[in-house]
Structure formats: C-alpha cells, structure tokens
Design a binder for this molecule. Structure first.
Ligand code: SAH
Length: 272
C-alpha cells in the first residue's frame, strides 16, 4: 500500500527508490517533459527510441537514462509544480503561482479543516493536502470528482485519501458540513457560496476566492461587505527571465493573466 508521501515526518520518501505505480517525470535535453506512471514491462516512447520502465523501477528517484537511439532523458520524481502542469485534467487547473499564493494568503496548515469547491482536476486539493490539511470538497461533476481523487492518490500516495472527502454537491445550495478553518472557492459564482460560509466557517477563518474576471471579483467583494474583515483582492504576476551568457532579459512570452484572488476573514458573530 502506497504511503502518504508528504505527511509530516514522512518526508524522506523523496529519496526513496522508484516503485511500479509511481509517477515519474521524464525531461529531455531541450526541457521537454512527460509524466509517466511506471508499470513493470512497459516502455517509455520518445522521438528517439524507448526506455524500459524496468530500468527506472527500483532505481534512485533521480537518474539519467539513454533511449535506444541515444537520447538522454533525466528521470525524476515530479515536483508538485511538474505534476499539476502535466497530470490528466478535465477542468482547467489553478497554476502553481496561484496555488502558492492562495495557500499562503489563506494560511493553510497541518490539521486545518478546509472547505474546497469545485474540486475540478484536484490541483488545489493536492496543494492543500500536501500542507497537511483535512479537505472537504464539493463538486457537481462526478467525472471531475473521480479524476481529482485519482490525481490525489497518484501524487500523494494512498493514505492522503483519509484526509480527502469529496461530495457530489452543488455548493450554491448550501453546506452540509461545517466547522471549517479555511474555505477555497474556484467556481463560476463564488458569491453564491460566501453567504453559506457565515455559519460553516469559524470566526477568524479565512476565505479565498479565485476568479478569472474582475467583474466576478467585484461580485465577491460585494458578498463580503458585512460579516468579514481584512478583505483584499490581488493578482500574482510571474515573469520568467532568459539568462544565457550576456543575454539577460525578461522572457518574450509570459502567462499574462490567470485570475484575481480575493481573501477575507470571518468576523465573530457579535451579540447585541
Ligand atoms: N480548483 C480546481 C479547478 C476547479 S474548475 C483545480 O485546481 O483543479 C471549477 C469546478 O467547479 C469544475 O469542476 C465545476 O464542475 C465545479 N463547479 C461549478 N459549479 C459548481 C457548484 N455549483 N458546486 C460545486 N462545484 C461546481
């Protein structure tokens, strides 16, 4: 049985040998990358020949291999960033730059009860679970819920499941669960979920809503007008640099926009 690789105290696993069923990232000399699930007897196929998975299974978590036609591939355990960018997906995933910011802004940590909706392909779920949170996700599409569960198990290993509870529910209709410390919203109309958090989120708890459009962010802000404090909306700009000898400049291309992040904390319910 695969273990929860990233649970606190079990961090040594990044140095464990590869086993069948593990995800492995293949990167060639031109930085082309492919995610593969290792399987005994299977072959990795590249533009220049093949590499047997059996050469990787049982070996170190990072090693260089040559394909049958001489191409060099580095094979390593995928990082969370590698995994969310290459994993199987249905819904659009949240980009790593936003995952990192959302987890920090919402102050997600070990043992926290986090509400997440919708779960989509599970990119945000993986980030939350890896930080040690206990995640309850509401998702309306069964195919996405299934995919998210599979991605979580593939990247985090079997026992991360014990902290991941996905329900097929429409979160606009209300929450059956409560006592949450944090709420992460990534669905078309997060302002329809925020009123339900008045009771489901503990006072002092943080909500973070991800919205591609600024008019969505404005609607989120309106729904946070009373009962919330420390309300902010930000976006994260991430620009790569080209550095090669004396040619040092920003990359010509960048992901210019993903989404706005709106964060707020739940006020205590004051008797008057
Ligand atoms: N954050 C996810 C992507 C979510 S995409 C990731 O990182 O992978 C948005 C998801 O919200 C979709 O899967 C969609 O099916 C779901 N969704 C849309 N409306 C919903 C609703 N009313 N209740 C629950 N889930 C909903």
């Amino acid at each position: 049985v695969a273990r929860d690789r990233f649970r606190l105290g079990e961090m040594t696993s990044a140095s464990d040998a590869f086993a069948a069923g593990d995800p492995a990232l293949f990167v060639d000399s031109r930085q082309r990358r492919r995610l593969v699930v290792l399987e005994a007897g299977a072959q990795f196929h590249s533009h220049a020949g093949t590499i047997p998975h059996d050469d990787v299974i049982g070996g170190p978590p990072c090693s260089e291999h040559r394909s049958t036609q001489g191409a060099r591939w580095m094979v390593a355990r995928p990082t969370l960033e590698d995994f969310v960018l290459t994993m199987p997906r249905g819904a659009q995933v949240i980009y790593p730059k936003d995952l990192a910011a959302m987890c920090t802004l919402a102050d997600v940590g070990p043992g926290m009860r986090v509400f997440e909706t919708g779960v989509g392909s599970g990119a945000l779920s993986i980030a939350l679970l890896r930080l040690g949170a206990d995640v309850t996700g509401y998702e309306i599409r069964e195919d996405f819920a299934t995919r998210a569960g599979r991605n979580v198990r593939l990247f985090l290993g079997g026992t991360a499941d014990e902290r991941y509870h996905v329900r097929l529910r429409d979160s606009y209709e209300g929450l059956e669960d409560g006592d949450f410390d944090r709420a992460m919203l990534d669905l078309p109309e997060p302002w329809r979920v925020i009123p339900h958090l008045a009771t489901a989120l503990r006072p002092g708890g943080v909500v973070c809503a991800y919205t591609p459009s600024i008019t969505q962010a404005v609607s989120v802000r309106q729904s946070l007008a009373s009962g919330w404090f420390d309300v902010r909306t930000i976006e994260v700009l991430h620009r790569g640099w080209h550095i090669e000898g004396q040619a040092v400049r920003p990359d010509h291309r960048m992901v210019a926009h993903t989404a706005f992040l709106t964060v707020a904390r739940r006020s205590p319910i004051t008797a008057r």
